[in-house]
Design a protein around this ligand. Sequence first.
Ligand code: TK8
Length: 337
Amino acid sequence: MNFIRRTLLAAACVASLAPALAQAQDIKPRLIRFGYGLNEQSNQGRAAKVFADEVAKRSGGKMKVRAIGAAALGPDTQMQQALIGGAQEMMVGSTATLVGITKEMALWDTPFLFNNVKEADAVLDGPIGRKVMDKLEEKGLVGLVYWENGFRNLTNSKRPVAKMEDLNGVKLRVMQNNVYLDSFKLLGANAVPLPFSELFSALETNTVDGQENPYNTILSSKFYEVQKYLSITNHVYSPWIVTVSKKWWDGLSKDEQKVLRDAAIASRDFERKDTREEAAKALADLKAKGMQINELPPAEAARMRDKLTRVNASIGTTVGMDLWNETQAELAKLRGG
Ligand code: TK8
């Protein structure tokens, strides 16, 4: 008798506790507009969907992410302003377009900063990546995680680029960022800053001859339809960053913020894996689509690298020498130096 009573009591306790626990989570119905620049079929689009699913799952369906791609909410720079003003909740975009807001982001524009994705993950997810991300807060943005855009490579419609001089007179679209502008001017190209959303039509109408982006983007944005030559330069590793409007974020409960942080980490882990799998196959896909692909001879790659070290000095000044030196020291450590 005693045993049965105790069992019933325990069962009743558990039953009354379960809803109490769910309610203990301070989560309100929320609609989150999450903007991005690439199309739904891209690695960015796939990861945005994973983020939306993770937020729904972790909030018991109360927080709803509406992922809006193809720059339908505007190019990166416009969305950043919407986040700062509180008119949009979230976005993912290039760190390069944030440099005008937070100069420390220029660190990630350093040509040849990372030798491989292992180094990129270690620095971006470590204290240096965190420090740079936290700088956004004084400007009205909260950074959650870095996604992988990837190592950037050069395409154009004029000729294969096998040496620096081949860039002479090539009208090359670059991101809206001085490091990119200076880098490609130094290499001899006629660099033109343009938002990504205008890039396909600029290539199609020959307003520009070329551009540079990771294989994944060349594939998902169908640049192969309007670009003949792909030169493997891997000149810089480009991250994306998931950001939140600080105005909006500050009004969320701790539980709601945790849902977004955890979902962002899950989306990052999915995104990097997915991006790397796609990148590993992309070159063959691009070849099959008719692109002519060439590698730079090592001596030419070294010449470009040397030329670009001039940009490094100005990046150091822009981001601050302390941050620059800390990054170099961290990389030396990672490389076993
Ligand atoms: C997408 C961009 C893109 C970037 C660029 O919005 O602009 O070339 O590589 O990924 O952020």
